[in-house]
Design a protein. Structure first.
Length: 251
């Protein structure tokens, strides 16, 4: 039973974890093995070290008696529960078809004690804008270059380093796509590294003098993943602090 418990108030992508009609859904302990998934994840990354990303979780569903990865999530506070149908799930009221404000918060019921493998991630300052900084994205899933077929699903959590780019550069790399101030972009200039659709909800983590913080949440990107000319897009957490803090206090 303990393998299905995770302490958190969870920030995720709104599109990634909308309720699904599977037999059951669970929040599973971070950095555990994941069964095969229909989604694709980190491309061109490396295996994470044990305990390297203690704020990362996998939201999973049960289909045919098998646990399958649905999307990632980020611990930002301490509560716990076993099954998603008992959770409070709040999508940002400004979420729309253009994926603005692509963030949701899941609240679990009873606090647990954090440890070295289960910790919250610090929220960003409201004015943070680390353009040019190398940051890290983590998740589970398809390691096939480009996120294509046949899918290769690793058991281990994977991570990839990407550079934060300006809004202007992001617009150039994603010409014709809708972008706004609730989004932040990252890029691998050499190509071959990116997140992809099944990684939605996972963290884009940067660091400052006070340590790591949550800059963004995986939202969307172009397929095949990892093309050098395109950028990856994340929900900008600093634009959603009021929404998050309201749901932290509205218990």
């Amino acid at each position: 039973m303990t393998t299905n418990l995770i302490p958190l108030l969870l920030a995720i992508s709104a599109t990634a974890a909308l309720p699904r009609a599977y037999e059951d859904t669970v929040i599973r302990k971070n950095q555990g093995p994941i069964a095969g998934s229909s989604s694709v994840l980190i491309v061109g990354g490396r295996e994470a070290r044990p305990g390297e990303f203690p704020w990362q979780v996998s939201l999973q569903y049960i289909s045919g008696g098998v646990l399958k990865h649905n999307c990632g999530g980020v611990i930002i506070d301490e509560t716990h529960i076993q099954r998603i149908d008992a959770l409070r799930f709040v999508t940002h009221p400004g979420f729309n078809i253009f994926l603005s404000n692509d963030i949701a918060v899941i609240t679990l019921s009873t606090p647990l004690v954090f440890n070295d493998r289960v910790k919250p991630l610090r929220l960003p300052a409201a004015d943070v804008n680390p353009v040019g900084q190398l940051c890290v994205v983590s998740g589970w899933g398809n390691a096939n270059p480009g996120g294509g077929d046949p899918p290769i699903y690793p058991d281990q959590l994977h991570a990839v380093n990407l550079t934060i780019i300006s809004e202007e550069e992001c617009q150039e790399r994603l010409t014709g796509s809708y972008l706004d101030e609730t989004m932040v972009c990252a890029h691998d200039s050499a190509g071959g590294k990116a997140h992809s659709s099944g990684d939605s909800g996972g963290p884009l983590v940067c660091s400052d003098a006070n340590g790591p913080y949550l800059l963004g949440i995986v939202s969307w990107g172009k397929f095949p993943s990892g093309q050098a000319k395109f950028a990856s897009v994340y929900s900008r957490v600093s634009q959603n602090l009021d929404f998050i803090n309201t749901n932290l206090s509205d218990e």
